[in-house]
Design a protein around this ligand. Sequence first.
Ligand SMILES: C[S@@+](CC[C@H](N)C(=O)[O-])C[C@H]1O[C@@H](n2cnc3c(N)ncnc32)[C@H](O)[C@@H]1O
Length: 266
Amino acid sequence: MTIDYQETTKDLQTRIDIHQRYGSRDIDQWMLDLLKLERGMQILDVGCGSGKQLLAFHEYLQGEAQITGGDVNQELLDQARERNAAAGNPWEIEELDFNSRLPYDDNTYDLASCCFAIYYADDIPFTVGEMLRVLRPGGTLFTTGPMLQNKRTFYELIGEATGKPIPPMPGSSRYDSEILGTIREQFSEVDLHIFENPLDFEEAEPFVDYTRASLSEDRKLWNSLFETSEDFEKVISQIDQVAQARIEREGHIVMTKVVGGIVATK
Ligand SMILES: C[S@@+](CC[C@H](N)C(=O)[O-])C[C@H]1O[C@@H](n2cnc3c(N)ncnc32)[C@H](O)[C@@H]1O
């Protein structure tokens, strides 16, 4: 499967900010509790985006680690470089496409992470195999992705607003099936951990902002609901009406993020 994917920096940041503002749990803290990182580790973050996890690893280890981040998106890499500069340039930030052989030696890293990105890979066994190859024996793979029950309310309201079926999402439709299955085939010990974060909206506006940022992130995924910008705006305004009605009826909209964290040992 080939996935034409282009994250925009603005949309990614909008969603990250809304998770932080309307959710009650911190996903980075959950990740750090699971990983029990140690000083001196060599860490590779594949699909690092603007460097959210790079910063979390760096702060947790108080700078005592060798951290590399790679991504295909130049705009996001520039943001990661800005974050890196603000921290005194402790990380290596590189252009990297996880659909190609990773430009690193075998048996190098203690941790290879890939957060909210692996499901955009064209060939999951290949990308998982590359992360396995660059990990040292005993090293850890960590990936995150949406579970099937992720954001039920979000899809329900979009369905109600448009009257159309929700297209299959590359993440939630295969994260705890195909992707978890591939990791189980390639790694010795594999555990799935669940993170739940209810986002509680008392007004429609932030929910609609979140929806706008999600739908525009990859318009091709949603082209059964809209194609032109005009259609897109129409769908957003239908979602706005449905969201307002839900808030009037129930007082709030609760959308729960349900994320799977896969921790696997080489
Ligand atoms: C939802 S973002 C997550 C970014 C970051 N890990 C985070 O959690 O904030 C998905 C990331 O996957 C990256 N990505 C998509 N296809 C990729 C590829 N072929 N190789 C490397 N990164 C890719 C995107 O550019 C984007 O940064």
